[in-house]
Design a protein around this ligand. Structure first.
Ligand code: 5AD
Ligand code: SF4
Length: 472
C-alpha cells in the first residue's frame, strides 16, 4: 500500500508519466461465479466500471443485478461530496449483512474514495470484512488481487499515477454510444475539489491512440463517442507534442463518426480556436457543459477558478454567437464559505443572463485535505438549503423555457433504447443533449431520426416520429 498524502499532492513535480499496455494474461478462474457492480459518481467512474467489468468477465464471472445472488461485490466509489461517502458506507452495511449469511462472498472497493487515506483507515479499522481495496491508478491490477486472494484484507492503492494505459478493453454498457478517455486527472486544484488528489495529475493519451479507438468504435457500429476528461481543454498540454484539444476534436470529427461529444470543459482555457472547430464540423454536437460554480468574483477567487463573472459571460456569449443552436449547461455550488447574500445574487444574475439549458446544482461539501476545508464554513445549512431551493427554481424555469422553445420543431434524435419505466416508449437524445421520449418505434433504436417535439417538461421532451419521415 502506498497511500497519497492529499496535502502534498499539489507539490508533486517528479512524476514521470509512461505509456504502458494492459496485460490480459490471466486465467478464467471464476467460471460460474457472479459479480455485482455498483457505480457511484461521474461519467469517468461509469467508464472505469466498463473496464472493471471486462476484467471480471475475462476471469469467468458473469454479471448479476441482484446483490444477494453475487459471489463478488465491487463498489466503484465517488468522493466528490460527503453524501457520496455516506451512500457507499450505507451500502457496505448491506454487503456486510449478506456476508454474514454467505461468508465466501468477496467484497472489493475501488474508485475515488479508495484514494483517500482516511477512508482506507476507516475500512481497515471498521470494515475488516472488506476483502480488497484498489485505487483509481491500478484498476488493471484487480484480476491479480482476485487471483491471489489472501485471507487478510488486501489494500493496493497507488498514490503516484505514473502510467497511462493503452490497449484497455471494455465491456461497454451500450452498443450505440461510447465513452472514450482522452486524459486522466486534473491540475486545476479548485480549492473545494478532491479530484486532483484522487485522480492525480493531468495525463493525456496520445492523439493517434484516441483516433484509432474512435475509428474502431465506428467500425463496430457505434454512432456516438463522448470524449472524457476532467478538463478536456487541457488535453495534450502535458505531452508537449504540439497538439491540443482543438486538434484532437478535429481529428476525431474527421473519422466521420456520426456524433462527437466531450465533457467537461473548464471556462479558463477554452480557446476561440476550440469554438471554431466545434462550429465547423456538423458531427461535433452543439452542446457544451461549462461549469460556472459561482457568479461572484470574490467566491470564484476563493474557489481558485481563474476567471471572473464577466469573463465567464463573455465566453458564454462568444460560444453562443459562433455555434448556432448550441445548448450550454453548467454546474453551480451554493453555500461556499464566506458566500454572502450579495455573492449569491451574483450567481442568480449569471443564471438570468445565460439562461442555461440546464444546471447541476450542489451545496458545498467540505472535503478533507482540500484548501477550502480549512476556511471556516460560516454559512448555515439553513441558508445553504434555501439558496439551493431558490437557485433550482430559477434554473428549472429556464430549462422549461428552453425546452418549450423546441415544441413544434423537428430535431435529430439518436434513439438509445426502450424507456425503462414505460416499455411502450423509446428514448434518445437531441444533438443538444436533451432527452426525448417517443411512443413506439422500437425498430429505430440505434438510429438518428428526425423527431417532432410535441411537448416539453423541465427535464425532458415528448416527441413523435410518424409524421416526420424515414430514419436517416
Ligand atoms: N462540494 C460541492 N460540490 C462540489 N463539486 C465538486 N466538488 C464539490 C464540493 N466539495 C461539484 C462541482 C463540479 C461537480 C462535478 O461537482 O460543481 O463541477
Ligand atoms: Fe475539480 Fe473540475 Fe476544478 Fe479539476 S477543474 S479541480 S475536476 S472542479
Amino acid at each position: 500500500m502506498n497511500l497519497p498524502d492529499l496535502k502534498e499532492a499539489k507539490k508533486r513535480t517528479d512524476i514521470k508519466v509512461t505509456e504502458k499496455q494492459v496485460n490480459y494474461h490471466f486465467p478464467s478462474a471464476f467460471i460460474g461465479k457472479k459479480y455485482f457492480l455498483r457505480t457511484y459518481g461521474c461519467q469517468m467512474n461509469v467508464h472505469d466500471s466498463e473496464e472493471i467489468k471486462k476484467y471480471l468477465e475475462m476471469l469467468g464471472f458473469t454479471e448479476t443485478t441482484i446483490l444477494e445472488e453475487s459471489d463478488l461485490v465491487v463498489l466503484n466509489t465517488c468522493a466528490i461530496r460527503e453524501n457520496a461517502h455516506d451512500k457507499v458506507f450505507g451500502y457496505l452495511g448491506r454487503c456486510k449483512h449478506l456476508k454474514r449469511e454467505k461468508p465466501e462472498l468477496l467484497i472489493a472497493i475501488g474508485g475515488c474514495m479508495s484514494q483517500e487515506e482516511n477512508v482506507v483507515e476507516e475500512i481497515k479499522t471498521k470494515h475488516p470484512y472488506v476483502d480488497i481495496v484498489f485505487g483509481t491508478h491500478n484498476i488493471s491490477e484487480l484480476p491479480k488481487l482476485l487471483l491471489e486472494k489472501k485471507d487478510k484484507q488486501q489494500i493496493e492503492v497507488y498514490s503516484i499515477e505514473g502510467d497511462v494505459y493503452e490497449g484497455i478493453q471494455y465491456s461497454r454498457d451500450s452498443k450505440i454510444t461510447a465513452w472514450v478517455d482522452i486524459m486522466y486527472g486534473c491540475d486545476k486544484f479548485c480549492t473545494y475539489c478532491i479530484v486532483p488528489y484522487t485522480r492525480g495529475k493531468e495525463r493525456s493519451r496520445k492523439l493517434e491512440n484516441i483516433v484509432v479507438e474512435v475509428e474502431e468504435l465506428k467500425q463496430n457500429g457505434y454512432k456516438e463517442v463522448t470524449l472524457l476528461g476532467q478538463n478536456v481543454n487541457a488535453y495534450g498540454r502535458d505531452l508537449n507534442l504540439g497538439y491540443d484539444f482543438k486538434d484532437l476534436l478535429e481529428k476525431v470529427a474527421l473519422t466521420g463518426i456520426e456524433r462527437v461529444r466531450f465533457v467537461t470543459s473548464h471556462p479558463w482555457n477554452f480557446t476561440s480556436e476550440m469554438i471554431d472547430v466545434i462550429a465547423k464540423y456538423d458531427n461535433i454536437m452543439p452542446y457544451i457543459h461549462l461549469p460556472l460554480q459561482s457568479g461572484s468574483d470574490a467566491i470564484l477567487k476563493l474557489m481558485g477558478r481563474r476567471y471572473t463573472k464577466e469573463e465567464y459571460i463573455s465566453l458564454f456569449h462568444s460560444i453562443k454567437e459562433k455555434i448556432p443552436n448550441v445548448s450550454i449547461t453548467t454546474d453551480i455550488i451554493v453555500g461556499f464559505p464566506n458566500e454572502t447574500e450579495e455573492d449569491f445574487l451574483e450567481t442568480l444574475d449569471v443564471v438570468n443572463t445565460c439562461k442555461f439549458d440546464s444546471a447541476f446544482t450542489f451545496i458545498y461539501s467540505p472535503r478533507e485535505g482540500t484548501p477550502a476545508s480549512l476556511i471556516k464554513d460560516n454559512v448555515t445549512m439553513k441558508t445553504k438549503e434555501s439558496r439551493l431551493r431558490r437557485l433550482n427554481e430559477l434554473v428549472n424555469a429556464y430549462s422549461l423555457e428552453a425546452n418549450k422553445r423546441l415544441v413544434g420543431s423537428i430535431v435529430p434524435v439518436l434513439i438509445l433504447g426502450e424507456n425503462e419505466k414505460d416499455k411502450k416508449r423509446i428514448y434518445g437524445y437531441t444533438d443538444t443533449m436533451k432527452l426525448v421520449n417517443i411512443d413506439g418505434g422500437h425498430d429505430l433504436i440505434g438510429k438518428i431520426v428526425q423527431v417532432k417535439i410535441i411537448d416539453a417538461k423541465s427535464f425532458s421532451l415528448d416527441g413523435e416520429t410518424e409524421k416526420v419521415g424515414e430514419a436517416i
